[in-house]
Design a binder for this molecule. Structure first.
Ligand code: APR
Length: 308
């Protein structure tokens, strides 16, 4: 029997995640959205692409969570983007309500699922999902590091004129301006990037990685990135479904690791059928440790706004 993956929020990121999963013949997909017609229309459109893609999976769109029952993975992309006049806290409260509501409905019919959270602010929304779901912490994770690292890898590849495939790069901490790109742990074909690229250029690449989301928003003028976020979410889904034991940077629950407790933040982890099966603790330099601490602090602040 094919596995079922539910994607809540059939907007740009949700639909693009579904696209990757369909095109790679990974699993059946159920798209859910509050707006009537949107999940049905996008799902049908994707389903109609399966003969061309050579895929044998089913894609359906629904308002009703009954259709999502028995999902192996649930991806949460539902939410709002910040609009003019809205404060960060307004957005935080609105997405807290949306995520809490959708997660409760989804977990009720898919109690064995692994949850992958994409809605921003994603470190906070992953924590919200954990609380709302009542699931063990390792069954809930957030998507940020795979995307941030993909951006970092792309920029490093552009700098050197090499294939991004050969670039291994590593990003930790909170998503967004607070992320901690670790050049020390980044390499091209096994050669440390620090020996290939000047400090000045590396600093510029790190800066561009930190503001990678904003760069796309500025270009698009309306809306935010979705191709790379969709690809990154799909990669995480596949790591879980295939029990691939991937070592990926994901937003995971810390319970003493890195000296932090009761917070979800980006760390390198082993991803398999059990979700976050292990968190890897790496050694930091003094500066990296400080950057990570600041990053965790920046995630704790909105959590306290929500009363956690
Ligand atoms: N239940 C289901 N879907 C909902 C709900 C809800 N309660 N509330 C909102 N949605 C849906 C919207 O109708 C919309 O289709 O969530 C979808 C969000 O899609 P977009 O607005 O296109 O946003 P997108 O670009 O996909 O980003 C989704 O991922 O990367 C993050 O910052 C991004 O938080 C945002 C999320």
């Amino acid at each position: 029997m094919r596995e079922k993956v539910t994607i809540i929020g059939a907007g740009n990121v949700g639909a693009t995640t579904a696209h990757w999963l369909m095109a790679r013949n990974t699993c059946d997909v159920v798209l859910v959205d509050v707006v009537e017609g949107i999940p049905q229309g996008k799902a049908l459109d994707l389903y109609e692409a399966t003969p061309v893609a050579g895929a044998s999976v089913k894609v359906v769109g629904e308002q009703d969570y009954a259709a999502t029952a028995g999902s192996s993975v649930v991806v949460v992309t539902a939410g709002f983007a910040r609009k003019p006049g809205m404060s960060r806290d307004d957005l935080l409260n609105m997405n807290n309500d949306v995520v809490t509501q959708v997660v409760k409905k989804a977990v009720a019919v898919s109690p064995d699922a692994i949850f992958i959270v994409v809605t921003n602010p994603v470190d906070v929304m992953t924590y919200v999902t954990w609380k709302a779901s009542g699931l063990p912490a390792e069954r809930v994770m957030g998507m940020a590091g795979v995307l941030d690292s993909a951006r970092f890898r792309t920029f490093l590849a552009m700098e050197l004129g090499v294939s991004p495939k050969d670039v291994v790069a590593f990003v930790m901490g909170g998503h967004g301006d607070q992320m901690v790109p670790l050049t020390r742990y980044s390499s091209v074909g096994g050669i440390p990037v620090e020996s290939l690229i000047s400090k000045e250029r590396l600093d510029a690449i790190v800066k561009r990685t930190r503001t990678g989301g904003g760069e796309i928003v500025n270009l698009l003028k309306s809306g935010s990135a979705y191709f790379a976020p969709g690809a990154s979410s799909a990669e995480m889904v596949e790591a879980v479904l295939g029990d691939q034991k991937r070592l990926l940077p994901v937003i995971a629950h810390l319970n003493g690791e890195y000296g932090e407790k009761d917070v979800y933040v980006g760390v390198p982890a082993l991803i398999g059928r059990g979700g976050v099966e292990k968190i890897f603790e790496i050694e930091f330099t003094k500066e990296e440790a400080e950057a990570f601490r600041n990053s965790v602090q920046a995630v704790r602040e909105p959590l306290s706004v929500l009363g956690f």
